[in-house]
Design a protein around this ligand. Structure first.
Ligand SMILES: [Fe+2]
Length: 344
């Protein structure tokens, strides 16, 4: 090789390594977050982390499935260090697509009950969301309610509101039933449930609660934070509607009410893994936990953390103890069942 060419190559590599170390230095004070939560529901906690640690948080907010697609498209070049999203089914999907990596943190393992984190450490719950039955106070005696399975009984013919089967909340709920009762029993149940629909599924959970209040149906299945949101709404009509609705905790004699999580995962492409893990642990501290759960109307993931008075008013309940990773695995089976029974 010509000497001057060698010198310029050496110079080039020197410049490159200087540039890279410059990047590393800069990166060491940053963490890049892809979040599917509304900004108001997460940013204040991230701001607090930034203030307390000096690690700059760059937040990208987007639709959950779109963010997963984006991570996939960006591959190893993705700037994202962590993904924050809802539903274990989605976190499981991100893991299956090899978009996440394992974190070995004693703190996370100690603070988060085993059911609410991936057994291989690929994702961790940040908050807990319950999906119980809700009923119209003036038309339903709660003594007539018992389990999700019972909603397929003909007593409830034309009286049930629930959103479409394309929604991951229902897919995870049905997956939890498959885990407990098996495919055949759940298919029979789902067929009965569809017969009991008051109307073709339309809208989100909040719309089911509104339909319940409006007399379209007598019982509904919905996540409690939607009811919380309506009760604390500035819109009087929403508050009035929510006040006609009560929470019933199903399956209390058996496996417990279906719960899911919002959670966080370290991305496969993470350039700032140490900062990312520090952020994860920060979001599990007591202050973050009670703030995050309260602002979302969810339950803290940690045991023995005080819940919002509205949630306390709905009472304590037995939660299904299944590891949520199982729901991710059974999700596709649940979708097939719902398709077979023509749950729209
Ligand atoms: Fe939701």
């Amino acid at each position: 090789m010509h000497k001057s060419r060698l010198v310029s190559l050496l110079l080039l590599s020197l410049v490159l390594s200087l540039l890279l170390s410059g990047c590393e230095q800069q990166n060491s004070h940053e963490v890049n977050v892809y979040s599917a939560r509304k900004e108001a529901l997460i940013k204040p906690a991230l701001d607090r982390f930034q203030t307390e640690t000096g690690i700059k948080v760059n937040l990208v907010t987007g639709n959950a499935d779109a963010l997963i697609e984006r991570l996939k498209a960006e591959g190893v070049a993705s700037p994202a260090d962590v993904l924050i999203t809802v539903d274990a089914g989605r976190l499981h999907r991100a893991k299956s697509l090899q978009l996440t990596q394992a974190v070995d943190s004693e703190q996370l393992q100690t603070l988060i009950p085993a059911a609410y984190r991936d057994p291989e450490g690929h994702w961790f719950g940040l908050s807990l969301r319950a999906r119980p039955i809700m009923y119209a106070k003036d038309r339903v005696n709660p003594a007539d309610l018992s389990t999700y399975a019972d909603l397929a009984d003909e007593t409830w013919r034309g009286r049930v509101c629930i959103r479409s089967s394309s929604n991951i909340y229902n897919q995870s709920l049905v997956a939890s039933m498959v885990a407990s009762d098996g495919v055949d029993a759940v298919e029979q149940w789902a067929a009965g449930l569809v017969k009991n629909f008051a109307r073709k599924p339309v809208g989100g959970d909040r719309d089911q609660i509104k339909a319940l209040a409006a007399g379209v149906c007598d019982v509904a299945v919905a996540n409690t934070y939607y009811l919380f949101g309506m009760l604390s709404s500035e819109n009087d009509a929403e508050v009035k509607a929510a006040e006609q609705v009560q929470v019933f905790w199903p399956n209390q004699q058996g496996r417990g009410t279906h719960v899911n999580i919002s959670g966080i995962a370290l991305t496969q492409s993470a350039k700032n893994p140490d900062n990312a893990v520090q952020l994860m642990e920060f979001l599990l501290n007591e202050e973050s936990q009670s703030w995050y759960a309260n602002v979302n109307g969810e339950y803290p993931i940690r045991d023995n953390t005080v819940v919002h008075p509205t949630l306390a008013g709905w009472g304590q309940f037995k939660k299904d103890a299944i590891n949520l990773a199982e729901l991710g695995k059974l999700g596709p089976e649940a979708v097939k069942i719902m398709d077979r029974v023509e749950w729209p």
